[in-house]
Design a protein around this ligand. Structure first.
Ligand SMILES: [Zn+2]
Ligand SMILES: [Zn+2]
Length: 212
């Protein structure tokens, strides 16, 4: 005797409520294919998500694999627009900060060195957070093609709203200082207290033996 699916199974299945997914447009068994929405749980019939769990999963996977530089570009443009007190879309159309273009500049910059301090981004420790977009001359309009450069977070916060000539002088100072550091004689070997302590005790002990 073998197990047989009841002939009535299909009929039973048809009795379960169905819902159409807004994304893939399939009609599925509502109870298993759609998540319940907590917010709408008591609002009557419409207490299920409009999109099936299959489509929701695909959406999440796509989000996970999003280009981090695109994300970064969105945040960067939003930040610069906010500082100017205008909407992101307006900032983009006024100054040409196209998201894909900004992402390209950031991605390319990140593989190289900071425009200002010449350090490699790969030697900094905060990953993609270390790269920023700088408006070279804050007194002029921030057109992407002519008045911006990618630089590290440290340089950007050190530069702030400094005029470009002042910033150039500051960078020059740092380069001179670094060159001088290389020319300086090596400092004498520093002994720490822990190294000196046993020596002091020994000296004291031998002194008291000799002196009774
Ligand atoms: Zn679907
Ligand atoms: Zn830098």
């Amino acid at each position: 005797m073998s197990f047989e699916i009841p002939a009535t199974w299909d009929e039973v299945y048809l009795l379960f409520p169905k819902q159409k997914c807004e994304k893939c447009r399939g009609w599925y068994d509502r109870d298993v294919a759609f998540r319940r929405s907590n917010l709408l749980a008591y609002a009557g019939r419409k207490n299920f998500h409009p999109v099936c769990v299959g489509c929701e999963q695909t959406e999440r996977d796509t989000l996970k694999h999003k280009d981090p530089f695109i994300e970064k570009a969105h945040a960067t443009v939003r930040g610069h627009a906010q500082r100017r007190g205008i909407k992101k879309a307006e900032f983009i159309s006024l100054y040409g900060w196209d998201i894909k273009r900004v992402a390209h500049i950031l991605r390319h910059g990140y593989e190289n060195t900071c425009t200002y301090c010449r350090r490699l981004y790969s030697t900094m420790l905060n990953g993609i957070r270390d790269i920023t977009m700088d408006i070279i001359d804050p007194a002029r309009e921030p057109f992407l093609e002519t008045n911006t450069t990618a630089c590290c977070q440290t340089c950007n916060s050190s530069k702030r709203d400094m005029p470009p000539d002042m910033w150039a002088r500051k960078l020059r100072f740092w380069r001179e200082w670094e060159a001088n550091q290389l020319r300086m004689p090596q400092p004498p070997i520093q002994l720490n207290l822990i190294d000196l302590l046993p020596l002091a005790l020994r000296t004291h002990a031998s002194a008291s033996v000799i002196q009774p």
